[in-house]
Design a protein around this ligand. Sequence first.
Ligand SMILES: [Zn+2]
Length: 239
Amino acid sequence: MNDIFKQDIKTLVQLQEAESEIVRLEAVLEKVEKEKGKLSIRLNRFGKALEENKENLLRASTGCRDIEREIQIVDDHIVRSNEKLRMVKTNKEYQLLLREVDDNKKRKDALETELLEYLDEKEKIEGIVRDSEKEYSLLKDQTEAEQKDIDKKSTDDKELLDEYLDRQKEIGKNLDPLLMKRFAKISKMNNGSAVINVRNEVCMGCFMNIPPQLYIEVQRGNSLISCPQCSRILYHIDS
Ligand SMILES: [Zn+2]
């Protein structure tokens, strides 16, 4: 009887060693995934800004085309008025058309000034789009390289995690399924720590003093004793 418990304790300690590694590796890998996610978010944000710039450019181009079209219309009016001028009979008509031509010329001047401003703005936005396209492409390459690098670095950790999971399964075969359940439950309660040693009557998991009678039982190792405070299964090593 005595030996069975001692063997169980030994197995539980091994199980705990694997569990601690599993918890550690899972935390590392989780952090890695977060890092990769952050890089993607950064790239997406930049991509969105690029899209906005492209939309601005489209708006500026449309604005330029609209003004150019308007100038064409005004120009046509001027041509038509000039043609009419050659055929007028009265001075009154002549003056009227002359004023019309004059008004249209002023309108055309104003539109041309506006067009220049628009073209200027469009050119500026084109520059911005060109630059941000280049930057985006660089950032995309950089992000992919960084994510690849992260993946490469975590390959070992992933393999190691699988190894420990396998090892834990193997070790678990030597334990009563109920005991395995108990282990898993306590581990979940204590962030992956289910089995802990007692030193100088203190649980090294929660640092509570173990009642003397319980401490003696832990030292004897004839039964599985849980810490009254944190529920971890306690064991004792002579030092
Ligand atoms: Zn404890």
